[in-house]
Design a protein around this ligand. Structure first.
Ligand SMILES: C[S@@+](CC[C@H](N)C(=O)[O-])C[C@H]1O[C@@H](n2cnc3c(N)ncnc32)[C@H](O)[C@@H]1O
Length: 196
């Protein structure tokens, strides 16, 4: 009951503080612990709708930075002028299609597969994550940072092992705003090693 109250608090807090979704607090907590995003950075956010991570990233990069979001569905209107959102499949875009081109300083993915409520969710999430890691080689600069949502399960260790080879420092991180019953965890990597 206590955790549930805490989660309701995130929902109410998002409404009060003007964030489009409670997931804003997951990125804010990852940022507080891992310092992934800096003023002036260019950030690419895959699976960005409705747009709360875009809001947080825009605040963190400030007026000299830029945030590009990609989602199959539209984002809410009224985002900061430094944010550009594209309606597309993240894996159908070529890096040259992205506003301002590549590379980016930070790659975010809060993409989730359509869930069936069974084991297949985990494997679809692992497939998504491996595709994000493939994409990192095309869109992330050497030394860049990553935060990527994964659903934990049997193939998670293998994913973390692969990501560990691509980043100087890489760990799984479970924010407090993640719901109790969820298997959600974020793979957070710092210091991208090209060809790692
Ligand atoms: C949990 S929501 C993201 C919430 C977002 N971070 C926020 O804070 O507002 C996951 C999103 O991933 C998107 N998504 C899933 N697969 C995708 C794909 N292949 N390309 C683009 N977006 C995708 C979904 O449309 C959905 O909007």
């Amino acid at each position: 009951m206590k955790r549930r109250t805490l989660h309701d608090q995130y929902f109410r807090r998002a409404k009060r503080e003007g964030y489009l979704a409670r997931s804003a607090y997951k990125l804010l907590e990852i940022q507080e612990k891992k310092r992934l995003i800096r003023p002036g950075d260019r950030v690419l956010d895959l699976g960005c709708a409705p747009g709360s991570w875009l809001q947080v990233a825009a605040e963190l990069v400030g007026p000299r930075g830029a945030v590009v979001g990609v989602d199959l569905t539209p984002v809410r209107p009224g985002l900061a002028p430094t944010v550009t959102a594209i309606e597309a499949d993240a894996f159908a875009l070529s890096p040259a299609d992205l506003p301002g081109g590549s590379p980016f300083d930070v790659l975010l993915s809060d993409m989730a597969p359509a869930t069936a409520g069974d084991l297949s969710d985990h494997y679809r999430s692992m497939d998504l994550c491996h595709r994000v890691l493939d994409l990192a080689g095309d869109v992330l600069r050497p030394g860049g940072n990553l935060a990527m949502k994964a659903l934990e399960g049997a193939a998670y260790r293998e994913l973390l092992g692969r990501a560990g080879g691509l980043f100087r420092d890489c760990r799984g991180y479970r924010p407090r705003a993640t719901r109790d019953a969820s298997t959600e965890i974020y793979v957070v990597g710092r210091g991208f090693r090209v060809g790692g």
